[in-house]
Ligand binder design. Structure first.
Ligand code: ADP
Ligand code: 5GP
Length: 223
């Protein structure tokens, strides 16, 4: 069963799309959780970022990122084409506005894998539509081990990311939810629970007032 509830309420009440923002220090597991969530929930759009970072061996253009050079990035930024952008670990990253607007207009939820600077900007733009989740590693030795096991970055890059982790971990209070990603299955189950609950938030169920007015009306006429 899809994690989108199949309950009656979703057939009779339209929903406003939400923006689910995942952030974490590099290596804590957000790419893995993003992949699992999208496999189980294909209707969830993924915001595919633009980056000036070099492509990792396992990454595919247009699937994981759009890889562009610095001049292209700056031109897009200056044309106002990003909902948010930031410099992270010496590279530029940005979330292009157009596909995000298309998803939200279609009532689709959209998932972001972005850092705390981007999360702040998205929240400032649309405070009522953002649900933010911060993923922590169970320990620093495990974080280091995950970066090494992923085996896609050089030792220098891994070192740089571990140094940056301190400043990133300090941002945990900016987020609505915090998950310690020890056991992957348990973290994934908890992330799905957040999504299900947030989709059922009163303010996201458009037409709820009309639906309830109908119930009350039916009550008064049903004798
Ligand atoms: P991020 O996107 O946050 O940088 P990744 O999702 O790429 O992190 O995860 C880094 C590495 O850790 C990957 O090799 C992934 O398979 C592994 N990993 C992710 N979550 C867990 C977990 N709960 N337990 C063990 N390994 C994990
Ligand atoms: P990586 O290079 O490991 O893919 O990502 C490095 C960091 O950049 C991660 O914290 C990731 O969430 C963040 N990131 C990826 N895309 C974006 C984006 O579009 N905007 C911002 N602000 N951060 C991003």
């Amino acid at each position: 069963m899809s994690i989108e509830t199949t309950g009656l309420e979703n057939r009779i009440i339209d929903r406003r799309g939400l923006m689910l923002v995942l952030s974490s220090p590099s290596g804590a597991g957000k790419t893995t959780l993003t992949r699992l969530l999208r496999e189980e929930e294909p209707s969830l759009s993924l915001s595919i970022s633009m980056t000036t970072r070099q492509r990792r061996p396992s990454e595919v253009e247009g699937v994981h990122y759009h890889f562009i050079d610095k001049d292209q990035f700056i031109a897009m930024r200056d044309r106002g084409e990003f909902l948010e952008w930031a410099e992270v670990h010496g590279n530029f990253y940005g979330s292009p506005k157009k596909p995000i607007e298309q998803s939200l207009t279609a009532g689709k939820d959209i998932l972001f894998d972005i850092d705390y600077q981007g999360a702040q900007q998205v929240r400032a733009n649309a405070p009522d539509d953002v649900v933010s989740v911060f993923i922590l590693p169970p320990s620093i030795p495990e974080l280091k081990a995950r970066l090494q096991r992923r085996a896609e970055d050089s030792d220098d890059v891994i070192h740089q990311r571990l140094v940056a982790a301190k400043g990133e971990i300090d941002r945990w209070t900016d987020y609505d939810y915090v998950l310690v990603n020890d056991d992957l299955n348990r973290t994934f189950t908890r992330l799905k629970a957040i999504l299900v609950a947030e989709r059922l938030h009163r303010d996201r169920q458009l037409g709820l007032k009309t639906f309830i007015a109908g119930l009350v009306q039916d009550l008064s006429t049903s004798g």
